[in-house]
Design a protein around this ligand. Structure first.
Ligand code: ADP
Ligand code: MG
Length: 251
């Protein structure tokens, strides 16, 4: 099982939008996929139109290995299940304060899922917190959507330097640009810098388009409500690059 977290300490950068679309594309290829909504705002849960009748509290989530079947919902799309969020899981962070214990708990949940899923995709809340510290240690890949603005790039630099400098972290960081506009020189410059020598941004960018923003209205992945949208190719491109990077063995 490969674990892939969509993370950025900034909010509003497209984490949930990409996590939902990529989880859908991953499942559509035949991979058994679980999307775990870790944000108490529950945006991924909302986008997939999931209404769970289970009271999802933080403590219950950390014991998810005991009752996965009860907590996990089908998305209605083949191969795609969801571990939904609720406002209650805002307490999850406090429960992970002890990093070692937190790491053990999340690893135990992953282990319990490993037989059932090929990919677990996590939609993370926008913060740098005990939860993110634990995730940096346990997930295989960290996909980081970045808007090509100065402040958003600064936030990416802060997090990536922090992870690179810590000897405990072996997670692969996979940044990519979202809400991209090729007409803007500042965006093109950011792309050249991010993908040039020493840069590690993916080559595919997700453009800013109102059809993508409409996910909140349709409450389904882009390929479902707009099957001929040319922008599906952007999500497919990001997914393809992520897959290659996730499966690469850096030795
Ligand atoms: N590529 C895009 N084009 C236009 N709007 C987008 C795009 N990606 C995300 N959005 C919109 O931006 C807002 C924030 O996106 P979201 O995925 O919720 O970000 P995050 O999870 O990082 O907070 C949402 O209203 C979403 O519809
Ligand atoms: Mg989000």
């Amino acid at each position: 099982m490969i674990s892939l977290a969509f993370y950025n300490m900034k909010g509003g950068v497209g984490k949930t939008t990409t996590a939902v679309n990529i989880a859908y594309l991953c499942a559509r290829e035949g991979n058994r996929t679980l999307l775990w909504d870790l944000d108490s705002q529950g945006a991924a849960t909302f986008y997939l139109n999931i209404e769970s009748d289970v009271d999802i509290k933080a403590k219950k989530v950390l014991k998810a290995y005991k009752e996965l079947d009860r907590l996990i919902c089908s998305s209605g799309y083949e191969n795609l299940d969801v571990l939904p969020a609720s406002f209650q899981i805002r307490h999850l962070d406090a429960l992970l304060e002890d990093e070692k214990k937190g790491q053990k708990r999340i690893n135990k949940i992953f282990e319990s899922m490993a037989g059932s899923y090929d990919y677990i995709i996590l939609d993370c809340p926008p913060s740098i917190s005990f939860l993110s510290e634990v995730l940096f240690r346990v997930v295989d890949c960290l996909a980081m959507p970045v808007i090509p603005t100065i402040l958003s790039r600064n936030a990416y630099e802060q997090v990536s330097s922090y992870i690179d400098e810590s000897s405990h972290h072996s997670v692969k960081i996979l940044p990519f640009f979202t809400m991209f506009d090729w007409r803007k020189k500042i965006h093109r410059d950011a792309f050249d810098q991010g993908t040039g020598d020493g840069g590690r941004f993916l080559k595919t960018c997700i453009p800013t388009r109102s059809v993508i923003e409409q996910m909140g209205i349709h409450r389904s992945p882009l390929p479902v409500y707009s099957p001929v949208s040319p922008y599906i190719a952007s999500f497919e491109g990001v997914w393809k690059e992520i897959k290659v990077a996730c499966c690469q063995d850096d030795g």
